[in-house]
Design a protein around this ligand. Structure first.
Ligand code: FES
Length: 469
């Protein structure tokens, strides 16, 4: 495998670059939104439709961060989550999560239709499958759990996969799309009429008060409400970095010949590395997308080996050789499996956030935007209590919380003493020793997932400040 591979995602390479100007003066709007991914752009769009003036402040380019590096499945079937949620949140909690994510699918569908967005949106079935007989009962249990809370699930052994499976959970009428084409269309509808989209505008701080002030290096936005939609919140108040933990995984895409292209969306469950499969409509043709090989951020120096593993698997099963597209994504997983959406802290009446979407940001991100919009305009929302950003659920999260934060403490102390990492730069968030990601040429933080490019610029928060020399 050549070492100078382009690791830009299919979504970023095949969508235009609108080039919104940076913020260079002081503005005043009703709501400032920090972050131009699916949460920030959808929230800003919905708030503008409510008659509010909004300003989106994106550090780099709209939909070129996490949302531009996803597999872009739009589904309420999140691996075996309903079995888990029934145990942790009871039937009502699992039902609410399912309803919210089904509504997220339909919200995306309705926006695509209303705005005539050309983003290859198409309906597809979603499958969670296992090849391993030891996990068959888990799949059957998930079917029952999903049915119990009213979701369109059934059990099947009939799939398009080119290898035998033991069984699968099938969800009907889910969807997939091109996420960047979708978000760029929403962004275009935001900019103008007293509302703005600013790119190249990294936020350096937020002053809270009756009126909040969001500061960048060259300007500021004064607003009644602020939404922090930066994947991991860049403001430490709220301590979300202790409740949400970052993972990376990998994807490849390319043409296949002589094998059946799947039309459904697939995710494996069971022992071993996960495989995520879907196809992408690419003009008159289709590409196969294969993802997987997840690990905690900042813990694997040789990330190219994950692409090699995916390529071996895709070549064996689909004849996908030398894929033209390879990319990596980052996901934040919450300690109790439900995202945190709402006010940043108990005392911050006007600063909101959303984080911890598991690996399901398309629906959970859209659900977050719907909740945040209702909170800001003062409407009640049926899902807000389940997703409450300030919830404390020791039974649902306690064990995972302790395990994850013990790992962080081990990195924080142990990496400083380790000969292997001595001399590496320190993260500008809280000082953890960064690890070199040789595949992507970045410095990644094993504590809370901040990432920096080779020049020290922030790619991914919660860090705000670049690395010093
Ligand atoms: Fe928190 Fe690096 S992201 S210390």
């Amino acid at each position: 495998m050549p070492t100078d591979l382009d690791l830009t995602s299919y979504w970023v390479r095949t969508a235009p670059t609108p080039g919104y100007a940076p913020l260079e003066d002081d503005r005043s709007v009703d709501v400032a939104v920090i972050g131009g991914g699916i949460v920030g752009i959808t929230t800003a769009y919905l708030l503008k439709r409510e008659g509010l003036r909004v300003a989106v402040l994106e550090r780099r380019e709209v939909s070129r961060g996490v949302t531009g590096y996803t597999t872009a499945k739009i589904t309420s079937s999140h691996s075996l989550i309903y079995t888990t949620l029934l145990k942790k949140f009871g039937e009502e909690g699992a039902r609410t999560y399912g309803r919210a994510n089904q509504a997220g699918i339909e919200k995306i569908a309705s926006l695509v239709e209303e705005l005539s967005i050309s983003c290859d949106f198409e309906r597809a079935e979603n499958f969670i499958y296992t090849e391993d007989p030891r996990y068959l009962q888990d799949v059957r249990d998930e079917v029952e759990a999903a049915k119990k809370v009213g979701l369109p699930a059934d059990f099947t052994t009939d799939t398009e996969l080119p290898f035998p499976i033991q069984g699968a959970v099938r969800f009907a009428n889910q969807a997939q799309f091109h996420p960047r084409d979708y978000l760029l269309a929403l962004a275009a509808s935001i900019d103008g009429g007293g509302s703005h989209v600013f790119e190249g505008s990294a936020v350096t701080g937020v002053d809270q008060g009756d009126l909040c002030k969001v500061r960048t290096e060259r300007g500021s936005v004064t607003a009644t409400d602020v939404v922090v939609a930066t994947h991991m919140p860049i403001l430490d108040r709220g301590m979300f970095f202790t409740k949400v933990h970052p993972y990376r995984s990998y994807a490849i895409a390319g043409r296949i010949e002589g094998r059946a292209m799947p039309r459904g969306m697939y995710l494996s469950t069971g022992a071993g590395s996960t495989r995520s499969i879907r196809s992408i409509r690419d003009g008159d043709e289709r590409l196969l997308l294969v993802g997987g090989e997840g690990h905690k951020t900042g813990t694997e120096p040789d990330t190219m080996k994950f692409y090699r593993r995916l390529e071996r698997w895709a070549s064996h099963h689909y004849g996908l050789d030398d894929p033209p597209y390879r990319w990596a994504t980052q996901d934040n997983v919450s300690v109790d499996n439900v995202p945190y959406v709402g006010r940043l802290t108990r005392g911050s009446d006007h600063v909101y956030t959303a984080t911890g979407f598991g690996k399901w940001g398309m629906t959970n991100g859209t659900v977050s935007a719907l909740i945040l919009t209702d909170l800001i305009v003062g409407r009640s929302n049926d899902w807000a209590s389940l997703y409450d950003s300030k919830r404390i659920k020791p039974l649902a999260s306690g064990q995972k919380f302790v395990q994850e934060n013990t790992e962080v403490a081990t990195h924080f102390v142990g990496d400083r003493l380790s000969a292997e990492h001595r001399g590496n730069p320190r993260c500008t968030h809280m000082g953890c020793v960064l690890r070199k990601n040789t595949g992507e040429g970045t410095w990644d933080c094993p504590c809370h997932g901040s990432r920096f490019d080779a020049d020290g610029n922030v790619i991914q928060g919660p860090a705000i400040a670049p690395l010093s020399q």
